[in-house]
Design a protein around this ligand. Structure first.
Ligand SMILES: *Cc1c(COP(=O)(O)O)cnc(C)c1O
Length: 365
């Protein structure tokens, strides 16, 4: 049996190693995972209560249209409910956008070092992926603009960018949006929106009224701490949302995810505390890396990208043996590691382990 030719060479996504796997494979009892940008503080206690209450209804299908969550989120964001679409994570929203807009032979423009799901989703539709290198770790919007042709359907901008943590300013983004043809969709992925604090960092949703071709993506997986429940969303003009809904599975988000998301939205204090703790953690890591003479990109997210000046995969393996999971293997960054900001004591352990590892591993650069 042969699958469609264009999916034969698609890689199967390799996620950050699960803690349980690392414990089993290496015989470790304590493992710290700083690989998938999960919230080290868990989720709001209100979420746990909501999930327990919802257990009554486990036998019932969820509301496919996510009515209650749409109402709550629309009020929270200041948009209309018909401007929202939910997915099993923002990942699924990315997949649905590609499914709805990309035909074989269409082109889609993205950064060369960015979130891999844009690329995979486009390849599954047999669209041509046009990759534009970052400039000093930041999206090169001018170069991306130049690569737009008559065949371009979607441009992806990850802000802050994963894996670098860098961001494009409001000014740069507005200039870009003004120059992109109206018939090209701009997908602005704001998975880490709630972590960003820089005054120049743009709120994509505030730009929606001016740009009917803009889609903003956000998620409950990161600061809200609901990664296991799989719920994220897209915000756009109602016409775009209707088209993406046309390719959505009827019950793509679960009752637990919907009810948890509503509860999570209500606990603004939890979000604020996580954002503040994250900024402290970032400073802790930045200062330690600077002390070790390692360069980092300035981050507005809950992770930091550091140049360890040695083969990053080797450093990754050595950290793993010490019970710390990080992320390496980013195209174009053979010496780069992405490290999630953990709780203070996790960060301390990472710093100590990295210092030890850097003494063992030979300097290459
Ligand atoms: C984590 C992440 C997402 C989506 O995560 P989900 O768990 O699928 O909501 C989307 N974009 C970026 C850049 C991410 O880092």
């Amino acid at each position: 049996m042969q699958p469609k030719p264009h999916i034969i060479h698609l890689p199967v996504y390799q996620p950050g190693k699960p803690i349980e796997t690392v414990k089993r494979e290496l015989g470790l009892t304590e493992v710290i995972k700083l690989a998938s940008n999960e919230n080290p503080h868990g989720c709001s206690p209100a979420v746990k209560e909501a999930i327990v209450r919802e257990m009554e209804n486990t036998a019932l299908y969820p509301d496919g249209g996510a009515f209650a969550l749409s109402e709550a989120l629309a009020a929270h964001l200041g948009v209309k409910p018909d401007q929202l679409i939910f997915g099993a994570g923002a990942d699924e929203v990315i997949q649905m956008i590609a499914r709805a807009y990309l035909m074989p032979g269409d082109e889609t423009v993205m950064a060369a070092q960015t979130f891999p799901q844009y690329r995979f989703s486009a390849m599954a539709e047999n669209a041509a992926v046009v990759e534009v290198p970052l400039k000093d770790g930041v999206h090169d919007l001018d170069a991306m603009l130049e690569r737009i042709t008559e065949r371009t359907k979607i441009v992806w901008v990850c802000n802050p960018n994963n894996p670098t943590g860098t961001f494009v300013t409001r000014e740069a983004l507005v200039r870009f949006l003004g120059a992109v043809p109206q018939n090209v969709l701009v997908v602005l992925d704001e998975a880490y929106f709630e972590y960003a604090v820089d005054p120049e960092y743009p709120d994509g949703i505030s730009l929606l009224p001016d740009y009917p071709n803009l889609v903003v993506l956000r998620t409950f997986s990161k600061i809200y701490g609901l990664a296991s429940l799989r719920i994220g969303y897209g915000v756009a003009h109602a016409d775009i949302i209707r088209n993406v809904n046309q390719v959505r599975q009827p019950f793509n988000t679960s009752r637990f995810a919907q009810t948890a998301a509503i509860a999570a939205l209500g606990d603004t204090d939890f979000v604020r505390r996580c954002r503040e703790a994250n900024r402290k953690g970032l400073r802790q890591l930045e200062e330690a890396f600077a002390r070790m003479g390692l360069k980092t990109f300035p981050s507005q997210a809950n992770f930091i990208f550091v140049d360890v000046r040695r083969d990053a995969k080797d450093v990754f393996e050595r950290l793993l043996r010490r019970g710390i999971i990080v992320r390496a293997g980013f195209p174009g960054f053979p010496t780069g590691l992405r490290i999630t900001v953990g709780a203070p004591e996790q960060n301390e352990k990472l710093i100590a382990a990295l210092e030890a590892v850097l003494h063992e591993a030979k300097v290459q650069v």
